[in-house]
Design a protein around this ligand. Structure first.
Ligand SMILES: Cc1cc2nc3c(=O)[nH]c(=O)nc-3n(C[C@H](O)[C@H](O)[C@H](O)COP(=O)(O)OP(=O)(O)OC[C@H]3O[C@@H](n4cnc5c(N)ncnc54)[C@H](O)[C@@H]3O)c2cc1C
Length: 365
């Protein structure tokens, strides 16, 4: 039987980041990743400041995007994000680099599949399948970073991560200079569809749980190329789980994906950093949820409210687009998105917004 202080299951952005910080602090840890070649289905868009915040090699950036385009029917609004551009990464390269960074700092990394666990008062015994054989690992704690289909969540919490089934495809015939977000019932229902540049071409998809929306998006984007469509789950920000009886949850397995934008990479790493500090300082497990809430809860719940109101139907999307015509609103929303400023999303906020729409309409007249 192997023994370690912390066993981490899942070597995506969440698991690899927590492993790296634990190793830097000399906390003994083992990282188990099922398949080193796994390509996480993903647009690969990461805010550029993540590279400094989590000390990631910028050579992994395939493209830098300085502009976001919001699209609703024939209307397009371009938003400048030069201050904090979006980086496009290749998920196999990115995840591999994050795991290797943890290994270089001292993490023991295994290509193996987590199978089951048994919890005791003082420790956990987990079973993994390594090179076709079952191996047991005794640890003080387990960190579940095994993604949206988390097996550990089912075993420990008896539920699944609440999620939506996204539909997406890769295109070689199109490449975009900006990250496009498409709104409206026909392409995205109450979410958004995207067209992002990639290393070779682009990745387009819709968060709407409906393949017809992807077909419509391809028509709108004038895609004639025959492509294969794929589907993969993305977590909804609800029913979060942080800790249960010697098991911590982080990243997608904990539903830590930002509402409205569905960004998961940055928040998986940010949540992992918070968790690593709790473990390193040997603080009470409940402190993890408290620290997470201090840092992220307000922004997550504000964006959830904004999503519910502005993506409620096509009329509200038209109102949102009207608001985004204002450069002032664009600047405010970008700095809110980046966490540079807080936003109190309450009745007073919506009244101010609607006053602005009416003002813009009068100015246009
Ligand atoms: C179509 C789509 C597009 C997206 N686009 C973006 C985007 O552009 N930008 C963005 O920020 N986010 C995006 N996301 C979300 C983002 O991909 C996730 O939020 C992010 O990957 C979460 O990181 P994680 O480490 O928690 O989980 P994951 O990246 O899913 O990593 C979990 C890891 O655990 C491993 N694993 C699972 N089970 C086991 C097991 N039993 N044993 C061992 N290992 C196991 C998996 O192989 C995987 O490597 C997108 C998601 C989807 C579905």
């Amino acid at each position: 039987m192997l023994e370690t202080d912390i066993l981490i299951i899942g070597g995506g952005p969440a698991g690899s980041t927590v492993a790296k910080y634990l190793s830097i602090a000399h906390v003994d840890n083992v990282l188990v990743q099922r398949n080193f070649d796994f390509r996480k289905p993903c647009g690969g868009g990461v805010r550029m400041d993540s590279f400094d915040e989590f000390e990631i090699d910028k050579a992994l950036i395939k493209k830098r995007v300085n502009e976001i385009t919001l699209v609703y029917k024939s209307k397009k609004i371009e938003i400048d994000v030069t201050k904090t551009p979006l980086a496009i990464v290749d998920r196999v390269e990115f995840d591999t680099a994050l795991r290797n960074a943890a290994r270089e700092k001292g993490t023991k990394l295994y290509e193996a599949a987590f199978v089951s666990l048994e919890r005791f008062d003082t420790h956990v015994i987990s079973k993994i399948k390594l090179n076709g054989e079952y191996v047991e690992i005794k640890s003080n704690y387990v960190i579940a970073a095994d993604g949206v289909n988390s097996k550990i969540r089912k075993l420990v919490n008896g539920d699944e991560v609440s999620s939506l089934l996204t539909h997406y495809t890769d295109l070689t015939s199109k490449s975009y200079d900006s990250c496009q977000f498409h709104f409206g019932e026909e392409v995205a229902k109450r979410h958004y569809a995207w067209a992002f540049p990639h290393a070779n071409g682009s990745n387009v998809g819709t968060v709407a749980d409906d393949e017809d929306c992807l077909a419509k998006l391809k028509i709108n984007l004038d895609v004639s190329e025959e492509t294969k469509n794929f589907g993969y789950k993305i977590p909804k920000f609800e029913n979060n789980v942080f800790y249960k009886e010697r098991v911590f949850f982080v990243g997608d397995s904990a539903s830590q994906v930002l509402p409205f934008t569905y960004e998961g990479i940055h928040y998986a790493m940010s949540s992992a950093k918070i968790l690593s500090e709790i473990v390193i300082q040997k603080r009470e497990p409940i402190e993890y949820e408290k620290e997470w809430n201090k840092k992220h809860q307000k922004r997550f719940s504000s964006l959830l409210k904004l999503q519910k109101v502005f993506l409620y139907n096509d009329f509200m999307i038209a109102v949102m687009m009207k608001l985004y015509e204002s450069k002032y609103i664009q600047r405010q929303m970008v700095s809110f998105w980046l966490g540079d400023r807080d936003l109190d999303v309450n009745l007073a906020f919506f009244l101010r917004m609607f006053k602005r729409v009416i003002k813009i309409k009068q100015e246009v007249k």
